[in-house]
Design a protein around this ligand. Sequence first.
Ligand SMILES: NC(=O)c1ccc[n+]([C@@H]2O[C@H](COP(=O)([O-])OP(=O)(O)OC[C@H]3O[C@@H](n4cnc5c(N)ncnc54)[C@H](O)[C@@H]3O)[C@@H](O)[C@H]2O)c1
Length: 362
Amino acid sequence: MTNVFGAPHKGTGSPHEQVVFCQDEASGLRAIIAIYSTALGPALGGTRFYPYASEDEALADVLNLSKAMAYKNALAGLDHGGGKAVIIGDPATDKSEALLRAYGRFVQSLGGRYYTACDVGTYSEDMDVVARESRYVTGRTVANGGAGDSSVLTAFGVFQGMRAAAEATWGSPTLRGRRVGIEGVGKVGRRLVEHLREDGAEVVICDVDPAAIDRVRGRWPEVEVVADRDALIRADLDVYSPCALGGALSDETVPLLRAKVVCGAANNQLAHPGVEKRLADRGILYAPDYVVNAGGVIQVADEITGFDFERAKAKAAQIFDTTKRIFALAAEEGVPPAVAADRLAERRMTAVGRLRGIWLGG
Ligand SMILES: NC(=O)c1ccc[n+]([C@@H]2O[C@H](COP(=O)([O-])OP(=O)(O)OC[C@H]3O[C@@H](n4cnc5c(N)ncnc54)[C@H](O)[C@@H]3O)[C@@H](O)[C@H]2O)c1
């Protein structure tokens, strides 16, 4: 059994504030909402609908994911803490109006301490249903005031992070003339190709889905294609950009990498703690995943106050400066950028969260 209050999270500086188990037998709802921190404001993070093998597995996942959201939201400069929810079940067979609305009532019962949104297994249409029971829902359909596909700003943010890494590595924030390898040209990856081609970079791609490759080559016939991740990692690249699944950087892949920079959209790129050190030891600059892929959460956060694309884009553009600050701190404190990012996030949570101690009167 995962220990919510104890050992697995010791030393992280700030244990989870609240973990709520939600059950509605008739609709089959079994959900866990975890709030890691509200130091910066109401917790924000998506709802994952997934057929977990056990409640323990679901709990472990939601605890990790909610913590990750706190760090991501902090470095995205949002006034949001970190939270996440999991619904235990198969979205293909278990999702129903009653279940989603039951879930919405539990979200509402937290009184705004937690805002939910889409994640694996949930879509904007589902958020519209959840929102029939709760005010604290974002990531909704465009017809209902939602912001639409978040991959537009995610790709833009990753590109900003890559520009910062280019400046730190080659002295200028441009990818012109660089060879960038993108693993996974789905919603985010293919938009990233566009930014890179417009900036004058050479692009190499791989994807397990031939249709995804065709879509990119239809627009950019000059883009090179390689067979798979292994071929991409061994290719003569300046930048490696994981935009498919997690775990791209491991004890097996890092020694083979020829790129000087790693910067991509995929979540959880480091297969395990310690890989960030191996990258640093090889002189490879790693732009932390949760920093550069924050464009999506910036978008859903903006939607809470009425979506304005230009305002959200301006916020996502700040990923350039944030990534630079992380590299500078990493150099100053002699730690890998992934460690510097965590430190910066923790410092913002502490410095801003502390202000609640100033009594406002009334
Ligand atoms: N969409 C967003 O706004 C957003 C925000 C933050 C993070 N992310 C992360 O970015 C990544 C990409 O997101 P997306 O929305 O583009 O997803 P997507 O499903 O649209 O695209 C992923 C692509 O990767 C390909 N792929 C899967 N396995 C592969 C493999 N082994 N090798 C090569 N290609 C493979 C798929 O065929 C697909 O084309 C995911 O890890 C996601 O969690 C996305």
